[in-house]
Design a protein around this ligand. Structure first.
Ligand SMILES: *Cc1c(COP(=O)(O)O)cnc(C)c1O
Length: 425
């Protein structure tokens, strides 16, 4: 069975003119996807960065089944339920200390929209309107209008440019250039009242798996505090162990004013997101004045089944040796990256926690334009799901992956330059 070329389905980030057929997947277990024909594909990118423990973790599946039978959905304005209450308490317990309130939504993009609205709502409600947002160059924060506005501009959002709001951008703090970022942020804050800084802490994901130091993060937080600027940590990708710690902010020992989490929050099983904030932000909205209400909701806010999946994920973190698995995965990655550092076909070999990345050296930009899809086809032919960002190959597997499975991935990567040189022409 293959997907029909005349399917009515419109796929995300997919050029149907170049890729008319999709790969059907019928089931998944651990790190593996299975097609209806019985072919196995190793999921080396956690199905777009969401599957943390592995596909179909029995405790998450069980929690979803049980919750679906008890309470499927209920309006969340004026009503509440145990899975949401348990999840919110659990999140506050494990998040950086000082975050005290949890607002639910259903995707990383909406968690960012909520964060931006919280920040502007805060300044509006305390009677000190500020609207300017500062963001990091090359950032990615989702595909809704606000998320695109604070993210990098380019081919991905060119048609919508007229709708995007203006944002002050500070340079990416690449190694050796950290001071320029810090100075630019200080100057931006001094120059004009600023509502918030939004950053992906420690690693920019969709922007190319660009890693920067925790000292920069700490310094940016210090400057934000000095100017009363709210610090928004978009941990949609970095959260849930990806960078080695539960949240990336922990490595800088900072508590952001607002923290966005999605992707791994349900272990990758159900769409759910949260935006955590500190008490002053919540209190600026709590009032007898209805106009100060936080006016945001989506129909499925805090869906009980998704919350139950997230509670099961929290249980897994609290009772299974997840931190040990992450540490072992980080070591296993590092061992396998070593030889690639000496391979002249690659450059910028890098790692943070469970994520590794390296750039395939390409002769020119024309080649670069097509190298991502070519690499992806090559990897799929080897039974490995990797989805390079241009010439950047990255590995972000579920934490259940075994050393032998990692070997399959790294062998495919090591042989990619030769295979492409031979077969790409
Ligand atoms: C994926 C991602 C988003 C958007 O999340 P969706 O669930 O795809 O809407 C936002 N921010 C970051 C850092 C992301 O990696």
């Amino acid at each position: 069975m293959t997907s029909a070329v005349d399917s009515p389905v419109w796929h995300p980030f997919t050029q149907h003119g170049l890729q008319p057929e999709m790969i059907p997947v019928r089931s998944a277990r651990g790190a593996w996807l299975k097609t209806p024909d019985g072919d196995l594909i190793l999921d080396a990118i956690s199905s777009w960065w969401v599957v943390t423990h592995g596909h179909c973790h029995p405790r998450i599946v069980g929690a979803i089944e049980e919750q679906a039978r008890r309470l499927d959905q209920v309006i969340f304005a004026g009503f509440t339920h145990a899975p949401a209450e348990m999840l919110a308490r659990g999140l506050i317990n494990i998040a950086p200390s000082g975050l005290s309130h949890v607002f639910f939504s259903d995707s990383g993009s909406t968690s960012v929209e909520v964060a931006l609205k919280m920040a502007l709502g805060y300044f509006h409600n305390i009677g000190e309107p500020r609207r300017r947002i500062v963001a990091l160059e090359h950032g990615y924060h989702g595909d809704t209008i606000g998320g695109m506005s604070v993210g990098a501009r380019g081919v991905f959002n060119a048609p919508y440019e007229p709708l995007l709001f203006e944002v002050e951008r500070i340079p990416f703090p690449s190694a050796g250039n950290e001071q320029a970022t810090i100075d630019a942020f200080d100057a931006a804050c001094a120059n004009e009242p600023t509502a918030a800084l939004i950053v992906e802490p420690l690693i920019l994901g969709a922007g190319g798996m660009l890693i920067y130091s925790e000292q920069v993060l700490r310094e940016l937080k210090r400057i934000a505090e000095r100017y009363g600027v709210l610090f928004i940590a978009d941990e949609v990708m970095t959260g849930w162990g990806r960078t080695g710690s539960l949240f990336a902010c922990e490595q800088a020992a900072i508590t952001p004013d607002i923290l966005c989490s999605a992707k791994g929050i349900t272990g990758g099983s159900m769409p759910l997101a949260v935006t955590l904030c500190t008490s002053p932000i919540f209190e600026a909205h709590r009032s007898s004045d209805r106009s100060k209400t936080f006016f945001h909701s989506s129909s499925y806010t805090a869906n009980p089944i998704a919350c139950a999946a997230a509670v099961a994920n929290l249980d897994i973190w609290n009772t299974e040796p997840v931190a040990d698995r992450i540490a072992a995965l980080a070591d296993a990655h590092a061992e396998r990256l070593g030889p690639l550092r000496d391979n002249p076909a690659f450059e910028k070999v890098r790692q943070i926690g469970t994520i590794t990345a390296l750039d395939l050296k390409v002769p020119d930009a024309g080649y670069l334009a097509g190298v991502g899809p070519k690499l992806m086809s090559y990897f799929l032919a080897r039974g490995v799901l990797l989805r390079p960002l241009g010439n950047t190959i990255y590995v972000m597997p579920p934490y259940c992956i075994t050393p032998a499975e990692l070997d399959l991935i790294y062998a495919a990567i090591a042989e990619a330059p030769v295979a492409l040189a031979g077969g790409a022409a």
